[in-house]
Design a protein around this ligand. Sequence first.
Ligand code: SF4
Length: 297
Amino acid sequence: MHIRVKTCQQRTPKPKWLSRTLPKGGVYRQICETIKNNELATVCQEARCPNQFECYAKGSATFMILGSRCTRNCRFCNVEHARPQPVDHNEPERVAEAVRQMGLRYVVITSVTRDDLDHGGAEIFAETIRAVRRKNQQTLIEVLIPDFQGDEQSLSIVLDAAPDVLNHNVETVARLYSKVRPQAIYQRSLTLLRRVKALKNNMVVKSGIMVGLGESDDELKETFRDIAATGCDILIVGQYLQPSLKHLDVDRYVSPEQFSALGLLAREQGIKAVVAAPLVRSSYKAEELFREVSQRI
Ligand code: SF4
């Protein structure tokens, strides 16, 4: 059954390549129950990811720790921007238990940005990695982290817990930062990626970019070059989708053919593995990508 993935009354009709086929079967419902029963949040649901049906049906999900309210207000993001909840120190164990119940071979853990906390909540990231490891020795762990306001100690706290993949999204080109993610700094995000490779050379480093926010292909080429120069191993390039009318308009819908060309462009800049397609997201097919790249590092 084909349905057009509908997000709020968009001005620009969405092209057919953004329609999805909903997977059949109860795994999706099982995953939703496991998440609910363990009182957890996922970025899949909070950010209204178009792939959640497919990923859940495959038994994978991206857990969002440190609450569901973010201290920042990026203009593309559907996560609630409000006074954050108190830190829940039992959350790491609950994530580990959900991973066990779901039998995940690969888990992605992300968070809202908590600029209100010392170290931005890095300790909870580290404790979650350790808790998952204790209960699920075979599970590979990817963490998608905020920029911790550039704090080196916060980054080290996470790296010392030894995740398998360290992911941090650059999100867009430098010129658009003030419009798209005003509380972030382009060079700060690049520095974070560079620091990880400097501190943990064998760690797989990953980043992501959205297109359709007003960037030009020349700006994308420059951004790919900057990301490649950090030593980043994996890059995800996907289409920005407007979560609601409160968020930025979609400037353009990039066709699958254009995405292939962008993927090639990014690889030509020296990034080992690039997935560029309309509906890819940071943790989409994350395990496959990791297994592909980790053989080449
Ligand atoms: S920092 Fe992350 S979770 Fe917070 S608004 Fe920006 S993209 Fe969304």
